[in-house]
Design a protein around this ligand. Structure first.
Ligand code: G3I
Length: 302
């Protein structure tokens, strides 16, 4: 293929980008999006603060703009994210206990129902494990509603949209030896053993000098896949955009049958949440960087 999306499709994968609704009027941005990508993730527009700014008042305008842009052009959508400790609206931040549990489940049900049939994969729960060596859950208002909050969210999402793949998504879960990776692995294993509905694990894969691409990344992908879930690289960016590293990430995904696809967290460097690291595949003018060529070549190899 001659584009990221077409080349990934030839390998039975997708290639996606995080998209911001307020950039859909930028012709350079939209030109690259429409040419190169066949999956989109709303960068912020489906988060809880965006979709339920007041309790039980749902707003889908910006998310719909992205979904409509994508689906009218044959691109698919990753939903991000139904339950998260961060970017909660003020009303939710101040809740606890059974009221919060009910509000969280209501949010999952309402948002997943609204988009039923339109979402390829949902990040049902995002970033629920602690950093560091504990392997523990992250402390949050959601976690304090009971350790079963994650499985409750997955069950609600399955009931609301039975055909979406339901993913657990996190960062710093790329290195197989990392305690956080092992903790997520054990949770997914437990969910599969007990029949909790989970279909995929998202590895955000924000690589930088503090958390570099690990040499055992392929082992992480294949180990999760061996549990009977798909694996998706959901928020890829690499400080400095080393072509070699980008190419290795793609090769690792292609080596694992259940690695469905790769999403980069933005289009041009200037679109990145870490713009100063120049971590993406296109420069600020929209030109292809050497990392782009490495990714395209890796997608077309083998
Ligand atoms: O929309 C407001 C705007 O009205 C206001 O003028 C402006 C002033 O600061 O802020 C705007 O909101 C910002 C929003 O991005 C949209 O640009 C928020 O302050 C800012 O916090 C928010 O940052 C996002 C961040 O998640 C929040 O946690 C980033 O764009 C987004 O790339 C980032 O994405 C996360 C994933 O969801 C989860 N994994 C990590 C990843 C990177 O942090």
């Amino acid at each position: 293929g001659t584009t990221l999306g077409a080349s990934a499709a030839e390998k039975g994968r997708y290639f996606g980008a995080a998209v911001a609704a307020h950039k859909l009027g930028d012709s350079t941005y939209v030109g690259i999006l429409n040419r190169e990508f066949n999956m989109v993730t709303p960068e912020n527009e489906m988060k809880i603060d965006a979709t339920e700014p007041n309790q039980n008042q749902f707003t889908f305008g910006n998310a719909d703009r992205i979904v409509n842009h994508a689906t009218s052009r044959g691109m698919r959508v990753r939903g991000h994210t139904l339950a998260w400790h961060s970017q909660q609206p003020g009303w939710m931040q101040n809740m606890s206990g059974s009221a919060l549990r009910q509000a969280m489940l209501n949010h999952v049900t309402r948002v997943a129902s609204y988009y039923r049939g339109k979402i390829h994969s949902w990040d049902v729960v995002n970033e629920a494990f602690a950093d560091g060596s504990s392997g523990a859950r992250r402390d949050s208002n959601l976690q304090r509603t009971g350790n079963d909050w994650i499985e409750a969210a997955f069950r609600a999402a399955r009931a609301a949209d039975p055909n979406a793949k339901l993913c657990y998504n996190d960062y710093n879960t790329d290195d197989w030896t990392h305690a956080k990776t092992q903790a997520v692995y054990r949770m997914v294993q437990d969910f599969k053993n007990r029949g909790v509905p989970i279909d995929c694990v998202g590895l955000q894969s924000h690589f930088n000098n503090n958390s570099p691409y690990p040499s055992n990344y392929r082992t992480t992908l294949s180990s999760f896949a061996a549990l009977g879930v798909d694996v998706q690289i959901t928020e890829l960016d690499i400080e400095g955009a080393s072509p070699t590293t980008y190419g290795n990430v793609v090769k690792d995904c292609l080596a694992v049958a259940r690695c469905n696809g790769i999403t980069v967290w933005g289009i041009r460097d200037s679109d990145s949440w870490r713009a100063s690291q120049n971590p993406l595949l296109f420069n600020n003018s929209g030109g292809k960087k050497p990392a782009y060529d490495a990714v395209l070549s890796a997608l077309n190899s083998g």
